[in-house]
Design a protein around this ligand. Sequence first.
Ligand code: DC
Length: 227
Amino acid sequence: MSAHVPVLAVDGPGGSGKGTICRAVQQAMGWHLLDSGAIYRALAVAASRRGLDAKSGAELERLATNLDVTFLPSADGDTRVMVDGEDVTDELRQEQTGNLASQVAAVSAVRDALLQRQRDFRQPPGLVADGRDMGTVVFPDAEVKIFLTASPEERARRRHKQLKEQGVDGNLPDLLREIAERDERDRTRSVAPLVPAPDAERIDTTGLSIDAVVQRVMSLLQDRLLL
Ligand code: DC
């Protein structure tokens, strides 16, 4: 039955605009949203609480299998993320959580343990899936695949702005360096590396408005689904 539920797979590096674009399209379509990065981040939080790191193979795999994570819609339209019953939403967004997430995400057994959990988000009437391997591994049969990119400088600027809005004073050169390191790790890992699916539509969002990208994605989706 899941085969009949359409999926829009959106992959790309951090800061390419995936989160913003996915939320906008998800709302316009009235579909479900899978923020797969939030699952890896939740695992990173749970691992650091237990003193585990990316080298703790078997324990990490067990933790990934039993990970107690829930996504709760909040009154302000945002989503609160609970790990082991604790609201970790703010911690989830921190750079150090993203870095640890990128490290635990390179462990093959961890990715396998989280695969079905991600596929379970495919529920009617449709799913917008945001990640690094949505079109290549998790939903290879997705109706539409998009690969978003943007220059590292643009992505660092966006991240800086985002942090500022959260009241955090990020340092631009440090952000640029962290982005480059994370990209390198995500792109060169042996399992599910960050690469466009051969049938993905690539969109460089550098200098494009959010609206322009959303319109492009919506029109691809409508063409493909013949809406
Ligand atoms: O999208 P994000 O920044 O929240 O993701 C955090 C890290 O999680 C990212 O650096 C790599 C990993 N990740 C992954 O390996 N596969 C995904 N589908 C999503 C995220």
